[in-house]
Design a protein around this ligand. Structure first.
Ligand code: HEC
Ligand code: HEC
Length: 420
């Protein structure tokens, strides 16, 4: 064989190899494309048709998903289920309670979970329409209540966190909330001997870790559950637990007003997402501090440059899925204890339940993505009042916890930890 032939067969070999790789690459791309398309389709279907299954997740009962004849009926809440990797213990919940109130878990040591979710007035959600933020900033959403947060499969208005543990990671670490670095938080805990002892009792480790603190605060949150709700007493057979007006409101809620289409099951939420076209919050455009956080969040959530430049309202679920149809969709809030948690909606735009009911009576707001379930209701004033009386019957004992005395910083024996 001449050199030339050898070269040619060499060329041939590399040609075949290149082709083989090229073909394999194309197959992978096509395969991925098919997978992605199927995935998107299935998640789109999940969103519109899956409500009863989502409630099944929240309650742990199987029945609702299999016998779908309408939305799951309203029912008393089942006991909270604790995740297998973070089981309940009383000592852990107690530790979580201290951490919940402890401002040393924020960058400048000034705010705690309790600052934005106050436990002392029974609301567990701060009363400004849009929450304040880490000192020097504002938040950009209304602070959700902690009450019954244990029951959702996803928390935050856009469902961005899939567990309370993950949510707490963002709440303590996030730039417009706690704004503390996890390593700094661990150093602080190590200088509080009572915490070192309590963490050791709960977790058996020498020094507290960030992850353990997340587990403890999430365990505490799972103990904050509605108590003695009049409507639950009514469901269990006490017909006097509801006024006649509230009973008429209940009939409307499950009947002509069709609130039950989305607010259903024990949590009185389908644990899913809808666009009700709530009006925009003027703060986003009028207040520079809000504008800063609003733009920052667009960037942090990875929207397109065009959206970044033009956004005037919160895109909700779209930030998570990046699907057009999810623009402006928010998680349906549960309605237990709703009388204590004003103002309402993701941007706190409504101050009273009267305003919320008037909004629904008009068929919600206006947006091309608005859920077709929302239609003008033509309720009379009396009917609207009944609906409100029913919402009030969903409110139980106020869950009030006063701030505990927090363990102080004190010199600790770090001698074993000191270097050579
Ligand atoms: C600076 C105010 C602020 C602080 C501090 C703060 N939060 Fe929040 N929290 C909010 C706001 C605002 C929201 C709504 C956020 C969203 O939807 O994106 C929220 C949402 C939540 C939710 C979601 C509830 C639901 O049903 O979706 C939970 C749970 C929660 N916070 C727990 C905590 C815990 C625990 C801490 C302390 C570790 C904490 N928060 C600290 C303002 C705050
Ligand atoms: C299409 C689904 C849907 C229907 C139907 C619906 N809601 Fe809602 N509801 C939602 C969603 C989603 C939100 C949150 C919207 C937001 O923040 O943008 C909400 C919010 C609320 C809130 C505010 C709760 C809070 O904590 O901020 C109340 C109160 C409420 N709805 C009551 C009702 C009543 C009463 C009806 C019937 C007249 C009704 N809803 C019908 C989906 C629905």
């Amino acid at each position: 064989m001449s050199d030339k032939n050898q070269n040619q067969s060499g060329d041939m070999k590399s040609f075949v190899i290149v082709m083989a790789f090229g073909l394999a690459g194309m197959l992978i791309i096509i395969g991925f494309g098919i997978f992605y398309y199927t995935y998107l389709n299935s998640s789109a279907q999940t969103k519109t048709t899956d409500a009863p299954t989502a409630v099944t997740d929240a309650t742990g009962t199987e029945t609702a998903a299999t016998t779908v004849t309408g939305p799951p009926p309203l029912a008393p809440l089942p006991p909270v289920s604790f995740p297998p990797d973070n089981p309940y213990s009383m000592a852990k919940a107690e530790l979580g309670r201290l951490l919940y109130f402890d401002p040393r878990f924020s960058g400048d040591g000034s705010i705690s979970c309790n600052s934005c979710h106050p436990a002392s007035d029974g609301s567990w959600s701060v009363s400004s329409p849009i929450s304040f933020g880490y000192p020097g900033s504002t938040h950009w959403r209304n602070a959700s209540t902690i009450i019954n947060s244990a029951y959702y499969s996803r928390v935050n208005w856009d469902g961005s966190a899939t567990s309370l543990e993950k949510q707490a990671n963002g709440a303590w670490g996030g730039a417009v909330a706690g704004n503390i670095d996890s390593a700094l938080a661990e150093e602080r805990l190590a200088q509080i001997p009572d915490y070192v002892r309590l963490f050791k009792e709960v977790y058996g480790t020498e020094y507290p870790t960030w992850g353990q603190a997340l587990d403890a605060v999430a365990t505490f949150e799972r103990t904050i559950v509605s108590q003695n709700v009049p409507f639950d007493a009514y469901l269990s057979g006490d017909s006097h637990a509801l006024s006649d007006e509230a009973k008429a409101g209940y009939d409307l809620f499950v009947g002509r007003a069709n609130c039950i289409a989305c607010h259903n099951g024990p949590l009185i939420s389908d644990d899913s997402f809808h666009n009700t076209a709530v009006p925009e919050a003027p703060e986003f455009t009028n207040n520079p501090l809000n504008q800063i956080t609003f733009r920052y969040e667009q960037w942090a959530k990875g929207v397109t440059e065009e959206d970044y430049n033009t956004a005037v309202a919160d895109f909700g679920l779209y930030y998570i899925t990046k699907m057009e149809s999810d623009r402006g969709s928010f998680r349906t809030p549960g309605l237990r204890d709703v009388c204590y948690t004003a103002p309402y909606m993701h941007n706190g735009i409504f101050k009273t339940l009267e305003e919320v009911v008037a909004f629904y009576n008009a068929g919600g707001g206006s947006s091309p993505h608005k859920d077709p379930l929302l239609q003008p209701l033509n309720l009379t004033d009396d009917e609207q009042a009944s609906l409100i009386a029913f919402l009030q019957s969903l409110c139980g004992d106020k869950l009030i916890i006063q701030a505990p005395e927090l363990p102080p910083y004190a010199p600790s024996d770090m001698s074993e930890a000191s270097g050579p």
